[in-house]
Structures are given as structure tokens and as C-alpha cells.
Design a protein around this ligand. Structure first.
Ligand code: PMP
Length: 354
């Protein structure tokens, strides 16, 4: 029996994607996609098609730039800080480790202001902000879904300044007005395939056009001009992204994916609320559909439940070392039946304590 994979990322992929990728990579007769030049028609077509799928599935304006870059989401912490410069500071809402890391990077190259933070409450909620707090900022950076702490923006602030959003762990998990964001970035290794690349969607207008001293690899203008092919691009990661996007379309698009993700997270949160052995300290209205974080009532129960999961083929349920407890990641490819199975195991576990 294949293990049921609740890891936070790299994470579960639909089996059909893995099969298709294998066929495309292992080409008995001709050359594999991984053995040919990135300038060849096949690879240029792959990139063009993947971009077109992004425009189509996300319904974004064709004026937006779509890039596939190396360096994962972490490089974008630096690139956004270097490229979106006027005379002001970079503003951040601190909702967990991933915004903390972005703040550390930005601080190395420019002044930074933390507009709001939920650190004092162990990042168990999303702090609200108002436009009056954003004066003197060049942009505001948010993380839409906090992979480690299990919070997620349900509504985004409408800012007058450029809005930069790290969507690494909930990209394409729900319908949003994606044009409302000036910069979106997401490492590819969760809902978009595998590690090795980062999707960046940006409105060129927010870039400092005069900033010509940037290192080429860190300059969005260079990557835009070269259509993500300034240097040899991450072909394998883009191939997996292409297949993941086609899979989303085949499944019925974002409306269907969102509904499924709602069903999955409702099933699990309902069980956590009902079950006497578990609790979820995350503010109800800020709970994530992608990463469900919860706790056992005590450490003995925690160890016992981890053992129970292991015995029952469930992997990746242990919480991140910074938060502890449990975390079940319910990315797009996680079937509803697997969440039902986890719920049954939780119910069974409760009975064994009765
Ligand atoms: N942001 C978020 C929200 C993440 O979950 C992660 C990785 N889990 C990152 C950034 C960092 O991504 P990468 O490893 O691709 O740099």
C-alpha cells in the first residue's frame, strides 16, 4: 500500500503526473526533454504553453509578466527587496517563519518596517492592517498561507501601494482575483510540481526602471527581457509545473479544486473540534485549507498518535520543529478519501483511550 503523504513540501503529486513525467523524460526512441538545448523548439514551446496555462487558469491580465526562475521562493525575498525601490521602506506583515526570513533578507539591502505581527501569540492569527499604516512604504509583503503555523489570508487588504504576496504554499488552491496583486511568487514544490524553480507573476510597473546596477540574475528586467531564459532554466521543474497545471484543468479548474480543498479541510477541522484528544489553537477565521496545524492534549498522547499514524501508513503528520504538534498538509493532489482515512484513524485513536 502506498503511504499516505501529508508532508508539507515537497509534497504529494497526483500519480498521473508522475507517470506522464516518466514517459516524457524516458524517451526510448528519441532524446529526452532533459537532454536537449533550452533553445530548442520543444523547450521553448514547453515554457510558452506553461505560461499560457497560468494566464488561463488564474485568469490574469496578459500585461502581467509570468516568469520561471531558479532559486525557489527564498530568492524572491531578495529580488523583491532589490527591485521594488522608490524612496521608502519595505513593509511586512509578520505571520511566521517565512515572513521572518523575508524580513531578514530585505534588511540586508534596505530599510524595513514591520507593520503588524502575530509572533507574541505564536502566530495563531492573521493581524489586520489599515492603509494608514502603509504610508512611506515602497511595497507591502504578505505570505498568503503560513505553511508552518497553519494560518491563511481569507481576505487580502486593498492597498494603495504595491502588494507582494508569497503564495508558495497555497498557489492555485482556490479562486482569487489574482490581478489584485502586483507581485505573486511561489516555489513550485507544492501545488505546482517539484522543487527547483519559482513562479513569479508581476506587474512591470512596480519595478524601479532606473535601477541598472543590479546583478543580472537578481534583476527582474533581465529575466523579463530574456523570457525566463537568461541562463539555462529549470526545465524539469517547469515540465512538472506544466503537467500539474494540465491536471488542474482536467480536474475542472480552480472552482472544483477549491471546493475539494474546502471539503478536505472541513472534514479534518470538524474532527479536531469533536475529538477529545486534540485541539486547534488557530483563530477559526484564519485557519488554513492547505496546512492544518493542531495539537494533542498532552505529550503522551502526541507520541502515541504519531505511532498510530506510522502503524497505519500515514506519513508527514509531525508538526514543524518550530511549532511542534501535528500538521496535515492537504495540497491539491491529496484525495478526499485520504483525509477521511486520517479522520477514521483519529476516531479509532480516541476510542482506544476511552
Ligand atoms: N514561503 C513559504 C510560504 C514556504 O512554505 C516556503 C517553503 N516551504 C518558502 C517560502 C521557501 O521556499 P523555497 O524552499 O522554495 O525557497
Amino acid at each position: 500500500m502506498k503511504k499516505i503523504n501529508f508532508f508539507a513540501g515537497p509534497s504529494i503529486l497526483d500519480e498521473s503526473i508522475l507517470r506522464e513525467a516518466t514517459d516524457l523524460i524516458y524517451n526510448k526512441k528519441g532524446l529526452s526533454l532533459l537532454e536537449i538545448s533550452h533553445r530548442s523548439d520543444k523547450i521553448v514551446e514547453l515554457f510558452e504553453e506553461t505560461k499560457a496555462l497560468i494566464y488561463d487558469i488564474m485568469q490574469i491580465n496578459r500585461n502581467k509578466e509570468v516568469l520561471f526562475l531558479h532559486g525557489g521562493a527564498s530568492l524572491q525575498f531578495a529580488m523583491t527587496a532589490l527591485n521594488i525601490t522608490r524612496n521608502g521602506m519595505a513593509g511586512f506583515v509578520d505571520t511566521g517563519i517565512w515572513t521572518k526570513k523575508a524580513i531578514i533578507e530585505a534588511k540586508k539591502v534596505r530599510p524595513v518596517q514591520i507593520i503588524a505581527s502575530s509572533e507574541q501569540e505564536n502566530y495563531s492569527f492573521i493581524p489586520s492592517i489599515e492603509n494608514s499604516m502603509l504610508q512611506d512604504l515602497d511595497y507591502l509583503h504578505l505570505c498568503s498561507n503560513n505553511t508552518i503555523y497553519g494560518t491563511q489570508y481569507q481576505k487580502f487588504p486593498k492597498t494603495k501601494i504595491p502588494l507582494v504576496v508569497d503564495m508558495s504554499s497555497d498557489i492555485l488552491s482556490r479562486q482569487l482575483d489574482f490581478d489584485a496583486f502586483d507581485v505573486i511568487f511561489a516555489g513550485l514544490q507544492k501545488n505546482l510540481g517539484t522543487a527547483g524553480g519559482c513562479l513569479v507573476i508581476l506587474d512591470k510597473k512596480v519595478l524601479n526602471q532606473k535601477n541598472n546596477n543590479l546583478l543580472s540574475m537578481l534583476d527582474y528586467k533581465v529575466h523579463i527581457e530574456k523570457q525566463s531564459m537568461f541562463n539555462t532554466p529549470p526545465v524539469f521543474a517547469v515540465l512538472l509545473c506544466n503537467l500539474s497545471l494540465k491536471w488542474i484543468k482536467k480536474e475542472g479548474g480552480l472552482a472544483v479544486i477549491e471546493k475539494r480543498n474546502e471539503i478536505k479541510s472541513d472534514l479534518l477541522y470538524d474532527e479536531i473540534e469533536r475529538n477529545k484528544l486534540f485541539e486547534c489553537p488557530i483563530n477559526k477565521s484564519d485557519r488554513s485549507m492547505m496546512n492544518v496545524c493542531f495539537d494533542a492534549l498532552n505529550s503522551t498522547t502526541e507520541t502515541a498518535f504519531l505511532q498510530k499514524c506510522e502503524q497505519n501508513n500515514i506519513v508527514g503528520i509531525k508538526g514543524h520543529r518550530n511549532r511542534g504538534g501535528f500538521r496535515a498538509s492537504l495540497y491539491n493532489a491529496m484525495p478526499i478519501k485520504s483525509v477521511r482515512y486520517l479522520v477514521e484513524i483519529m476516531q479509532d485513536f480516541e476510542k482506544s483511550f476511552a
